[in-house]
Design a protein around this ligand. Structure first.
Ligand code: SF4
Length: 259
């Protein structure tokens, strides 16, 4: 795997449910076609020129050195660190990335900093050895492998992803699911209830609409349709004692819902 060096690693994120974050890889082999916001930004700011280049990840080789310098300076300000917002910490098929992610989490935990993980790869069993204050999540917007191959071509198969999360839950870890970007029926027809039942064991769900996608914005009554999905996920979470965060822009005030 090719590498790059960076000058800094930990930074405060503007993402609504995040505190600090780290992104120790440039690019992502999962190559999501929703599209991926991180790819759009990397292209806009000239860090990559093509989709193919984005899908060939570069590991930041001095990640652990940077953490060693930055943690003492920032540890009193940081409530938690999310891995990652602009890449994937357990990139499917990239052992070097997974290994470095575990080392980084271990280093942060040793300084009393809990981590929140989000992946479309597989969560390794070794995570059960780390701090019980960590929270481990997968993105899961569908159970359909056909849709996964189109929308998340390089990511882990949905069933394997889910199994790795269930294993961590069974071992007593805190787990969560990001259902974002949830597709409208003209992008992919499915029942939200089936997806919710499959993840009913998690502690928290983050639900969000799809953005930057012409098909979604052209879906008739998209706002009302998303309002209905928010009703559905809220009811499910209340009934199952699951924490819920609905991403900004998913619920639209004053719009009548439709089935
Ligand atoms: S997994 Fe995340 S960072 Fe990687 S391509 Fe998909 S959306 Fe982008």
């Amino acid at each position: 795997m090719r590498t790059i060096r960076r000058k800094s690693m930990l930074y405060k994120t503007g993402v609504e449910y995040g505190d600090y974050t780290m992104n120790h890889v440039q690019g992502c082999s999962h190559g999501c076609t929703y599209p991926c916001y991180a790819y759009l930004m990397a292209k806009r700011f000239g860090r990559v020129t093509t989709y193919e280049e984005w899908c060939c990840p570069l590991l930041v080789e001095n990640t652990l050195d940077l953490l060693e310098c930055e943690i003492p300076r920032l540890r009193h300000k940081i409530k938690s660190v999310q891995l990652c917002f602009t890449t994937d910490p357990f990139m499917y098929g990239y052992d070097e990335v997974c290994k470095m992610s575990i080392e980084a989490i271990r280093m942060l935990n040793a300084n009393e900093i809990p981590c929140t993980v989000l992946t479309k790869g597989l969560l390794p069993e070794r995570l059960t050895e780390l701090s019980d204050k960590n929270s481990y999540g997968i993105t899961l917007v569908s159970l359909d492998e056909g849709y996964r191959r189109i929308a998340e071509p390089g990511a882990a198969p949905c069933a394997e992803r889910l199994r790795s999360l269930e294993e961590l839950h069974a071992a007593g870890c805190s787990t969560w699911v990001s259902m974002e970007p949830y597709p409208t029926p003209n992008v992919h027809e499915q029942r939200l209830s089936e997806l919710l039942e499959a993840v009913a064991f998690v502690d928290r769900i983050v639900f969000g609409r799809a953005n930057y996608n012409r098909a979604v914005s052209s879906y008739p009554d998209a706002k009302a349709w998303y309002n209905n999905r928010v009703f559905e996920v809220t009811k499910f979470c209340e009934e199952h004692g699951i924490g819920l965060h609905v991403k900004k822009g998913t619920w639209t005030e004053g719009v009548a819902s439709v089935a």
